[in-house]
Design a protein around this ligand. Structure first.
Ligand code: BDP
Length: 639
């Protein structure tokens, strides 16, 4: 076992991962009682290139400014570090990298620590993170796509007048028990590889970008504060119901008042108490994009608490958007507000050119504009949870989301063992905790293309799906399969069958003429066996923009267009009974590991990585608007 590996495993043992979550994970917002300070921008950065990747820990890089430990780079946050420099070594780096930043915490925050808390929150950092403030370790987190936070008030109590040093070490090493899984392979043949040479193997098809990917912020709350809010909505005739539960930390003696306002800021309902229900007469429902002239209608729920503390009355206010809608699955339909919903959308990636997976507002807004242009009403967060900033816009625009956890590439038997399972359960807890109140999220996906034909997959997926339903009884749960319908062990437990297939690409490459036969059989087989609605969650073809050939050849724009047309012919027949959706693979080209089947990344996008359309984008656009029209809602929009 090498040092790198040991370093990683030991850390997990020493620090002891906690299972079962406590507390909420509300998105930090400014309110009359809360302030927020963004810590984005340039951070100091240093990769630990020591053979064991342990120099930073041995020499305690967290105990001083990183620049005092050796040479540092300027690194943007949020961003992946891989493509920022010209250094191929950093692009492919595996192990610990270190970030630090000097932060001035506002004096008034520090002067009010008796009645206020200061919380440090990281939107996401890939994959394992340890955080120090002024040299003291304050938290750690496993998992690259979900937020974590820590109350740092105590550490800061003597910091008035001094800058504060925030240090974050991030390790991108994946093991067979991480999500996604991966493994380090040491190349021990001295005639072919230098001493200590290793590579990281993964079984998922996107580049393992790493670093601090989402915003790092400091925010305040009063010492008695709203820790979590859970909202469940229902509809009866024209009345909407908003059930809420507020959890408060810091005191047992408090009162809760909630106020629901419509878009015009008028109060539509109020209630008192930590648990309750609001009734909204003639409710404006939350509808998906293209199903109503006002898609994504959001009310706003203001939660206000008052508590008696030693230092007087303490008030906290938090406001959360609320979409009133229901979701239900029948044998042949996916119903939103009891109306059949057909998913015509895309799979995406968080993949933004040189920023890698770092949050980037321009790309986010451009992508939503392209989705609207395309007439897409939905996407799957393939293959990991996306930034909260993206999810906010899905809620706002009515873009329906299948919210997928990072359970991608679960292919090795060890990744179905108890250790992996326990971690997967925690990840689902974190995901549901973060996204449970989002109207746009209509289904959870616990995995993509696992080796679900393996015997332990049955127990594994039964356990995860059952647990997810216990966490959230209001949404269906699925995972995405590419296994044979007869041998898939987890399919009995899903609510919707989600299948990926690449006929005429990975199977029978070049043979467009077999698509329709094979696709018909695929749907018939799954439906006959399970009588559950089916989504074609992936289909597509790699296409180099500007490559043309007629008759169509693989990799040309003509070939991609024809793959789509053959799939669409079958989908049009099957959506009359069992098929409830189609999601193209992929919205845009994206970066992958280097391999002989990837030409500077995966080229199955209907848009390039720079978001320019290939021919297929126009075909899909034509189709999606027609599909929207056929649902009968579009006439209201006059389009
Ligand atoms: C599917 C995977 C997806 C890949 C795609 C492809 O789910 O992540 O990118 O194939 O190969 O099997 O393009």
């Amino acid at each position: 076992m090498s040092g790198l590996w040991r370093c990683w495993t030991l850390l997990l043992l020493v620090t002891g991962l906690s299972h079962g979550l406590s507390g909420g994970m509300l998105h930090p917002r400014e309110t009359p009682t809360r302030e927020l300070k963004e810590l984005g921008g340039i951070w100091s950065f240093r990769a630990d290139n020591s053979p064991e990747r342990d120099e930073g820990f041995r020499l305690q890089w967290y105990a001083k400014w990183l620049r005092q430990t050796g040479p540092v780079l300027d690194m943007p946050v949020p961003a992946s570090y891989n493509d920022i420099t010209q250094d191929i070594g950093l692009r492919n780096f595996i192990g610990w990298v270190w970030y630090d930043k000097e932060v001035w915490v506002p004096s008034r925050w520090l002067e009010n620590l008796a009645s206020n808390r200061i919380v440090l929150r990281v939107g996401s950092a890939h994959y394992f993170s340890i955080v120090w403030v002024n040299g003291a370790q304050v938290t750690q987190h496993e998992g690259g796509h979900l937020p974590f936070e820590v109350d740092i008030s105590n550490i800061l109590k003597d910091s008035l007048g001094c800058p504060c040093r925030i240090t974050i070490a991030v390790n991108n090493t994946l093991t067979l028990n991480t999500l996604p899984p991966g493994s380090i392979q040491f190349m021990n043949d001295p005639t072919r590889y230098p001493k200590g040479y290793f590579v990281q193997n993964t079984e998922f098809d996107f580049f393992n970008y790493a670093g601090i990917h989402r915003p790092v912020v400091l925010y305040t709350t009063p010492s008695v504060y709203i820790d979590d809010i859970t909202i469940i909505t229902d509809i009866w005739e024209s009345t909407g119901f908003v059930r809420y539960e507020v959890s408060v930390v810091g005191s047992d003696y408090y009162s809760v008042a909630v106020t629901l306002r419509c878009k015009l800021d008028q109060v539509v309902a109020t209630a008192q108490g930590a648990i309750g229900q609001l009734k909204v007469a003639n409710a404006n429902l939350w509808w998906p994009y293209l199903m109503d002239e006002n898609p994504g209608y959001l009310y706003s729920l203001e939660v206000k608490i008052n508590a008696n503390t030693d230092s007087g009355v303490c008030e906290d206010v938090y406001t959360i958007p609320v979409g009133i809608r229901t979701v239900r699955v029948s044998a042949q339909q996916f119903l939103i507000n009891e109306k059949p919903f057909y998913f015509h959308g895309v799979n995406k990636h968080e993949d933004y050119d040189i920023r890698g997976k770092g949050l980037d507002w321009s790309t986010i807004v451009k992508d939503f504009n392209l989705l609207k242009w395309l007439g897409a009403n939905s996407f799957r967060t393939s293959h990991y949870p996306y930034a909260e900033e993206i999810m906010d816009l899905c809620d706002k625009y009515g873009i329906v989301v299948i919210d997928e956890c990072p359970g991608v590439g679960i292919r090795q038997p060890e990744s179905f063992g108890n250790k992996s399972l326990q971690h997967h359960l925690v990840v689902m807890e974190e995901l549901v905790r973060r996204d449970k109140n989002r109207p746009s999220v209509v289904m959870w996906s616990v995995a993509n293309e696992p080796a679900s034909q393996l015997p332990p997959a049955g127990y594994y997926f039964k356990t995860i799906i059952t647990h997810t339903k216990e966490l959230d009884s209001t949404r269906p749960v699925t995972y995405v399969s590419n296994a044979n319908f007869n041998s898939d062990q987890g399919a009995p437990y899903v609510d919707v069958i989600c299948v990926n297939s690449y006929f005429s690409w990975y199977h029978d490459p070049g043979h467009l003429e077999v698509i329709q036969l094979q696709l018909n059989n695929q749907f018939d087989n799954w439906y006959d066996k399970y009588q559950k609605p089916i989504i074609q969650t992936e289909y597509g073809a790699d296409t180099i923009p500007g490559f043309h050939n007629d008759p169509p050849l693989m990799f040309t724009e003509e070939y991609q267009a024809l793959v789509l047309k053959h799939y669409h012919a079958v989908l049009d027949e099957k959506r009359k009974n069992c098929v409830i959706g189609e999601l193209i693979w992929n919205f845009a080209d994206f970066m992958t590991v280097q391999s002989v089947t990837r030409v500077v990344g995966n080229k199955k996008g209907i848009f390039t990585r720079q978001r320019q359309p290939k021919s297929a984008a126009f075909i899909l656009r034509d189709r999606y608007w027609k599909l929207a029209n056929s649902t009968g809602y579009l006439h209201k929009l006059n389009v």
